[in-house]
Design a protein. Structure first.
Lengths: 262, 267
């Protein structure tokens, strides 16, 4: 892998972000909307019901962190789609650029965007609801690593599927996190789920990340066992996604779909 | 204005194996359909070769296999003596590809698009190089225009700028003169011949415009139903396929006869 080629992919996406308002909207608008929505919801709940003072922290904190996961996964696939839509993919791959460098560039630029979105959402939560997530960030960071790894796994898996099955399945880019969210226990503890569904929740690394982060925001110590399980699962999903991506990419080249994808 | 088909290059750019490109028994099956059927040919450094044939003859599939976009079902490809599938970086650094069917990101300016490609090829002094190429193809005035705002002729010229960014040793051009006005087309043809003479540039060109091909290619390869049916100078191919009494190349006639036969068979 060569840094200058990864840098070229980052530059191409940075130019796109500069010229395309949709990209700014995706990175900043939705995280801020989420924070506003869950902020009002937490205010309402804390006033109407006898719940502890941590409710706002739970809801707002989880909204900010979920937005990071969702936008990171989605933006990796959208960045890839933008090269498909502009018929630029063949041009890129007629250069020395390798598929690994291309994916590395997409991950890097979209991680930066997702972190920027999280910081803006954090500032909005602080300004509007006096909820300050920043002091908790050092303890949250290890959990964020789980989300980042899993988002990369989902993002590259969707990208591989688009290589193989073309843009007819591109809606997965936006919908897949909706499917994962209810079982990831973002806003409620895993014990809330019916017993029959809990194994599914425990199969997702996001569940361990959010359970752990809820504990951190409640002032409890880091749950290292959950953290370890989250990382092991994320690594497994990432390895599986990388394997599937490589197979799907090869299948697209074998069937000639790579040059027909649009 | 007509161009003299190029001679052998005066100064080879760098020492190469006897054949810059070697293709042996290249075959591609898509399910039950054989798109390329045992194609074999080689190209020496400094040749400008036309790869010709009607739609569906197997030209694009052959080119896409050369570039690694499509995996061959069988056969062997060697570029600069290397297998491009296993030595991608070493090979693709010295190759460039241009096709009007390959786009650029629409919202990026012409300059931004070319800068991204310059970085992919690690072009030294990229900004100056891009400026020179924009001047060369007479589109310096659209450097800051978004790609989406270009006319089709301007877009083709941006593709040609990209094709020369890394000073390639081997250039694969798919319909390089599409959408160009006659003046621009002559300019591009002159440039190709000049680069071939001065730097030993090797070109594989596909086109449906047989007049352009006769002007710039010393050698043509005709494909039909995935097979090589003729390989030689435009005049030799004309004599082989039409009549030995011919004294001037008539590639258009050959092309029309081949595509007409194909249409009749399909009907």
């Amino acid at each position: 892998m060569k840094a200058h080629r990864i840098g070229a992919v980052v530059l191409r996406q940075a130019y796109e972000a500069r010229h395309n308002l949709d990209r700014v909207t995706d990175a900043l608008y939705w995280p801020v909307i989420d924070v506003l929505l869950w902020g009002f919801m937490s205010l309402y709940i804390s006033r109407q019901m006898s719940v502890g003072p941590h409710i706002a922290s739970y809801l707002l904190g989880m909204a900010i962190l979920w937005a990071l996961f969702r936008s990171f996964q989605r933006d990796i696939a959208v960045a890839f789609l933008s090269d498909v839509w502009s018929r630029n993919l063949i041009g890129l791959f007629s250069t020395p650029l390798s598929i690994q460098e291309y994916v590395a560039g997409l991950v890097l630029i979209n991680l930066l965007k997702a972190v920027a979105g999280m910081l803006v959402a954090g500032l909005v939560a602080w300004a509007c609801y006096s909820f300050d997530i920043f002091p908790a960030l050092p303890a949250l960071l290890p959990h964020l690593g789980i989300l980042v790894l899993f988002a990369v796994a989902v993002g590259i898996f969707i990208t591989g599927l688009i290589f193989r099955f073309s843009t007819r399945i591109q809606s997965l880019t936006w919908s897949i996190t909706g499917l994962i969210m209810p079982f990831s226990c973002v806003f409620y503890p895993v014990g809330t789920l019916p017993a029959a569904i809990r194994p599914l929740a425990f199969a997702l690394p996001t569940t361990y990340a959010f359970e752990g982060m809820r504990a951190v925001l409640a002032g409890a110590p880091i749950r290292y066992a959950y953290l370890a399980l989250g990382y092991v699962l994320s690594a497994c999903y990432l390895a599986g996604a990388a394997f599937a991506f490589a197979r799907l990419f090869m299948a697209a080249r074998a069937s000639g779909l790579l040059v027909k994808i649009e | 204005m007509f161009l003299t088909p190029p001679d052998a290059p005066h100064k080879p750019h760098r020492p190469e194996p006897a054949a810059l490109l070697e293709i042996a028994d290249l075959t591609k099956d898509f399910g039950g359909f054989r798109a390329v059927d045992g194609v074999s040919f080689s190209i020496r450094a400094g040749e400008i070769v036309g790869l010709l044939g009607a739609n569906g003859a197997g030209k694009s599939t052959t080119v896409h296999m050369l570039l690694g976009f499509i995996l061959p079902s069988a056969g062997r490809i060697r570029l600069f003596g290397l297998d491009p599938l296993h030595h991608r970086e070493a090979v693709m650094t010295r190759v460039n590809f241009m096709s009007p069917y390959v786009g650029f990101p629409m919202r990026l300016s012409v300059f931004e698009n070319l800068l991204v490609y310059a970085k992919l090829y690690a072009v030294p002094n990229a900004r100056a190089k891009i400026g020179d190429l924009l001047d060369l193809f007479d589109i310096a005035d659209v450097a800051n225009k978004r790609y989406a705002q270009l006319s089709s002729g301007e877009a083709t010229r941006v593709g040609l700028c990209k094709a020369f960014l890394n000073d390639p040793d081997f250039l694969i051009l798919d319909e390089p003169l599409a959408s160009l006005d006659p003046r621009a087309a002559v300019h591009v043809k002159q440039l190709l011949v000049e680069r071939q003479r001065q730097r030993g540039l090797t070109v594989l060109l596909t086109s449906h415009n047989m007049f352009h091909v006769e002007e710039i290619c010393r050698r043509v390869i005709f494909l039909d139903r995935g097979r090589v049916v003729a390989d030689g100078s435009p005049l030799d191919v004309t004599r082989t396929m039409l009549s030995s009494a011919r004294t001037v190349p008539a590639l258009r006639e050959i092309f029309l006869s081949m595509s007409g036969r194909k249409a009749r068979e399909s009907a």
